[in-house]
Design a protein around this ligand. Structure first.
Ligand code: 13P
Ligand code: SF4
Length: 363
């Protein structure tokens, strides 16, 4: 890799362009909206987690380079055939929120719940796609499902249609913001803190709750505050505040629109010229919104920089190294979900994809 860091950027970019053209249909490059500018331009398809998962499920490309984070590459591996290889350019590109719930903790939670209620009869587990394949497998095995930020409303309706309670992990905020929008009273929700017995709840509270929210969060989105929105409104009358649903309840409640990365992009694109926005999501996306909408002032909601450092790990050097691997027909470190997790994890993803792509209830 050092050789690539010693190479002038123009040379790197020229080789990426040349290899990309040469490899044709042999490779598909997927790029999440939080990717840096120097990388996203090389993506064949850009999108939010749902769009990229849906695309991965249909591609026949033998190699898929996923410019995103680990759980996204795992999802692509689960939705593609055994003859296709998924490459994550930098293996250290994880997601700190996904790390906030692991298989052992969630299975312990289920076991603790079973001392109070019968979870397999009364609880549907729902995992945000920002989670390990082992958790997706857990959900598949226990009648549960995966959701993303763009279909959470629909997935939660599906889950409550089956059982009276939902155990939602790992993001407390996405679950809470969506449920509030669906009219679920706050009194019907409890927080599950994995560090405490029974998650810090009484048996009575567990028996009564209809939503059990795992105490997890995104370290990037938690930096946005409702005060930032108030300051923006004062400074720029008429401004619209747009937030990702991983933001806190206070930020989402004060926002004019809450949606996935893709939904935020569409919202700004469709707005009339001159409309100004303050956006509460990752910095690279907000900078790109500004670039692509020069007739609409776009501000970053927080006065401090909120950037996803793991998304940022994918740089032109890592992308080029991955393309060279494909050229040599050799994925050195393909992302491959272990056999033991595959069957149930695929089922939980398929349950989500079967709900379709048109969101009747944009979140
Ligand atoms: P989207 O699915 O909305 O792109 O969100 C992914 C993510 O990780 C947001 O932090
Ligand atoms: Fe994970 Fe947050 Fe980064 Fe999204 S922005 S990938 S939730 S750490």
């Amino acid at each position: 890799m050092q050789e690539l860091y010693d190479t002038p950027e123009e040379e790197l970019l020229a080789e990426i362009r040349q290899l990309r053209a040469k490899l044709g249909d042999k490779v598909l490059i997927l790029g999440h909206h939080y990717q840096r500018e120097e990388v996203i331009g090389f993506a064949d398809v850009t999108g939010d987690s749902l769009k990229l998962a849906q695309y991965a499920a249909t591609t026949k490309a033998p190699y898929i380079i996923f410019c995103g984070v680990h759980f996204m590459a795992e999802t692509a591996d689960l939705l593609t055939s055994d003859t296709q290889s998924v490459i994550l350019p930098d293996l250290a590109a994880g997601c700190s929120m996904a790390d906030m719930a692991d298989d052992v903790q969630v299975r312990r939670c289920w076991q603790e719940l079973s001392t109070v209620i019968k979870p397999d009869e009364r609880v549907t587990p729902v995992t945000y796609i920002n989670s390990t394949a082992a958790l997706k497998s857990f959900c598949g095995e226990h009648g549960g499902i995966v959701c993303t930020s763009s279909n959470c409303h629909r997935v939660m309706s599906w889950a409550w249609d089956r059982r009276e309670k939902i155990l939602f992990f790992p993001d407390q905020h996405l679950g809470e913001n969506t449920a509030l929008k669906m009219g679920i009273p706050e009194a019907d929700m409890i927080i599950w803190d994995p560090a405490k017995p029974l998650g810090g709840n009484t048996p009575e509270a567990i028996d009564k709750a209809s939503l059990i929210l795992w105490k997890g969060f995104c370290s990037v989105h938690q930096l946005f505050k409702a005060e930032h929105a108030a300051a923006m409104r004062e400074k720029h009358p008429g401004i619209e505040i747009l937030a990702h649903p991983e933001c806190s309840r206070a930020v989402c409640e004060t926002s004019d629109y809450v949606g996935s990365t893709e939904a935020i992009i569409q919202y700004v694109a469709k707005a009339p010229a001159g409309q100004s926005f303050a956006v509460a999501t990752e910095l690279n996306l907000v900078n790109r919104l500004r670039l692509h909408n020069p007739d609409k002032p776009v501000y970053f909601l927080s006065p401090t920089i909120c950037m996803c450092s793991t998304m940022f790990r994918t740089d032109p050097q890592h992308l080029l190294a991955s393309l060279r691997e494909v050229e040599a027909d050799h994925a050195a470190h393909p992302i491959r979900v272990p056999e033991a997790d595959r069957r149930w994890a695929i089922l939980s993803l398929e349950r989500m994809l079967d709900l379709g792509s048109v969101n009747k209830h944009p979140d």
